[in-house]
Design a protein around this ligand. Structure first.
Ligand code: 5GP
Length: 142
């Protein structure tokens, strides 16, 4: 059941239903992970639950643990696949909190020493698939 205020026409709901394309890197019965279309760092990935939750506070607590385990798994693969020095993991709630797409998601951003994040919307789309492939291979190797 969708949680209150969940709009099933949001873009990530469409990706989950296969109505919109994505560079998928992981999927199971709990979560889907794919590349952010405007990467703020090379290898910027998103992990969304299959549960239709608008934000973190809307997620049923018993579904949160399994989802977070997938967030951790994808984060490990992003770090190793992108050979990153570190990770920034972000999650935004409501417009005031920086949320733009209203289906719960965690951002996984591989970081390199001394390299700043790009501004929102400024990423290089051409290399997204190559980065996705590195992360897919890292997930298989976990
Ligand atoms: P937030 O809601 O946490 O602020 O961020 C939403 C994220 O979704 C942004 O980083 C944005 O680049 C990304 N995004 C927006 N539309 C699409 C889309 O159609 N496909 C993908 N893969 N990412 C998207």
């Amino acid at each position: 059941m969708p949680t209150p205020d969940y709009d099933p026409q949001n873009i990530f709901a469409k990706i989950l239903r296969g109505e919109m394309p994505c560079h998928k890197i992981f999927e199971d019965d709990v979560a889907l992970a794919f590349m952010d279309i405007f990467p703020r760092a090379d290898g910027h990935a998103l992990v969304i639950p299959k549960t239709p939750a608008r934000g973190f506070l809307d997620m049923p607590p018993d579904a949160l643990g399994p989802y977070m385990a997938r967030v951790q798994k994808v984060a490990a693969a992003v770090k190793s696949g992108m050979n990153a020095d570190g990770l920034t993991i972000q999650q935004f709630n409501e417009s005031a909190g920086g949320q733009v797409v209203f289906h719960l998601h965690f951002h996984i951003l591989p970081r390199r020493e001394g390299v700043a994040l790009r501004p929102p919307g400024a990423g290089d789309k051409a290399s997204i698939e190559a980065h996705a492939e590195k992360i897919r291979r890292a997930i298989e190797a976990l």
